[in-house]
Design a binder for this molecule. Structure first.
Ligand SMILES: [Fe+2]
Length: 448
């Protein structure tokens, strides 16, 4: 890997074309963008006024080079009840822990959008299965190198070429399990000032490398939560559960007891501004499915009886904040809430209930936790039976297989197909459907 991609300091003009067909025989629009070294010569071409619910193709030119033709698709028109949407749901692609066969499989599908729940890069890439020999990044140059190391991989490029992507970040885009402005223990940027400088660099590198309409960040504070409506079928809210969260007060470790502070009304995952924004969005929506694309597991994982062992990095560590969100979903009469989650390198299906320990408690929505593309999840496998046995609203889990989740949405039902790679530590391993789940309009999740 070469710093700055070998581009040098000079501005570079990038040409682009939008086509009506897969061979680009008819060019609908074209233009040029002058890029410069300040943003790693990245280009964000933001086209408006396209036809709704339509497939387009595009490519870029630089000097004598041109990219392969890629496909994208616009959302259905506001107010239209789309007949069918197919969404890819994906997270956690630590390059050193496996092959990206999940992306090869995804690239063979016709998708309306790919929803990425974060951990697009990892700051550490030890050589478990294959090596990305780069130091842990702490500055802009370092993060850019890691993105370069990830984005040069053909399966990831192929998956980007088949559909528009909706991305949010999790922790590893900056540093493992950071909490707002607080770095993890043992961080290379241990004080608040050096950590915030690092966060600003990480956020900028993310912007440079991600297909987002957001304006470029200007420092460590950068709101990326946003809403995308697929007509009236799906109202998607893209959340950020890392930047604004309260530092965990109950225990120094990720697993531990919950203390009084976790129930404090100011103890937050989303932060007050994002919570208020989401509440307004939920109140103003009449979509058939209310979808939250976010990072950390929202369902309760009960490891032990009592209040002694929770994963404090998940919503379990923020019970009052979780209850506020569930209450908002109820109070706004949001239709068929579906939460899409990443982070834990394992698949989980369950209902979001007002009391997670009471099998008869009111159910507010459904959560699908998608497994990782390549990050290892085996650590969780031994605890799954105990968690399932003590969590009446959890229906199913697996932690041994990598993959992605294909969601097929119609006005009548949400169908979640968990696609699993047999063994992501070997190249070209077969991919099949592990299990399929249904959420009928107005109903709770069931096995298909
Ligand atoms: Fe992850």
């Amino acid at each position: 890997m070469v710093p700055d991609g070998g581009m040098g300091p000079e501005p570079v003009t990038i040409g682009w074309q939008l086509g009506a067909d897969e061979n680009m025989a008819e060019i609908i629009a074209s233009g040029e963008v002058v890029t410069d070294a300040a943003f790693a010569h990245s280009a964000h071409v933001d086209l408006r006024d396209l036809e709704p619910a339509r497939t387009y193709w595009y490519r870029f030119f630089v000097g004598a080079y041109e990219t392969e033709i890629a496909r994208t698709r616009t959302t259905p028109a506001p107010g239209d009840m789309a007949e069918r949407l197919v969404l890819g749901h994906v997270s956690c692609q630590r390059i050193s822990q496996g092959y990206w066969t999940a992306f090869d499989d995804m690239a063979e599908h016709d998708l309306d959008a790919v929803l990425h729940c974060g951990d697009y890069i990892y700051e550490r890439n030890s050589a478990d299965v294959r090596e990305l020999d780069l130091p842990e990044p702490v500055d802009l140059a370092g993060y850019r190198l890691v993105y370069g190391g990830y984005k040069r991989e053909a399966p990831l490029q192929a998956a980007h070429r088949v559909a528009p992507w909706v991305v949010t970040w999790d922790d590893h885009e900056v540093e493992n399990n950071y909490q707002g402005d607080v770095p993890k223990k043992g961080s290379q940027t241990p004080d608040r000032d050096s950590f915030l400088a690092r966060r600003a660099a990480a956020y900028q590198a993310w912007w440079e490398h991600m297909p987002v309409r957001l304006p470029a960040p200007t420092g460590p504070d950068w709101p990326i939560h946003r809403g995308i409506d697929f007509g009236r079928l799906v109202s998607l809210s893209v959340l950020d559960t890392r930047q604004y969260r309260s530092d965990q007060v109950c225990a120094p470790a990720d697993i531990g007891p919950r203390c009084e502070g976790a129930f404090d009304p100011d103890f937050t995952v989303l932060g007050a501004e994002q919570e208020g924004w989401l509440r307004g969005r939920l109140a103003g929506s009449d979509s058939r499915f209310t979808v939250l694309q976010q990072q950390v597991v929202m369902q309760q994982w009960r490891f032990l009886p009592g209040d002694q062992a929770w994963n404090l990095d998940q919503w379990d560590g923020y019970p009052a904040a979780r209850r506020r969100l569930l209450d908002d979903l109820r109070a706004t009469e949001s239709a068929n809430p579906v939460v899409l989650t990443g982070d834990v390198h394992s698949s989980w299906v369950g209902s979001l209930a007002l009391d997670f320990d009471d099998p008869d408690a009111e159910v507010v929505g459904t959560e699908f936790v998608g497994t990782s593309v390549s990050s290892n999840g085996d650590l969780l496998e031994p605890v799954i039976p105990a968690v399932l046995a003590q969590s009446p609203h959890l229906r199913w889990a697996q932690a041994t297989n990598r993959g992605w989740t294909r969601h097929v949405v119609t006005p009548d039902e949400w169908r979640a197909e968990f696609r699993e790679v047999e063994d992501a530590t070997v190249e070209g391993s077969p991919v099949g459907v592990g299990t399929t789940w249904l959420v009928p309009d107005g109903g709770a999740v069931t096995s298909a």
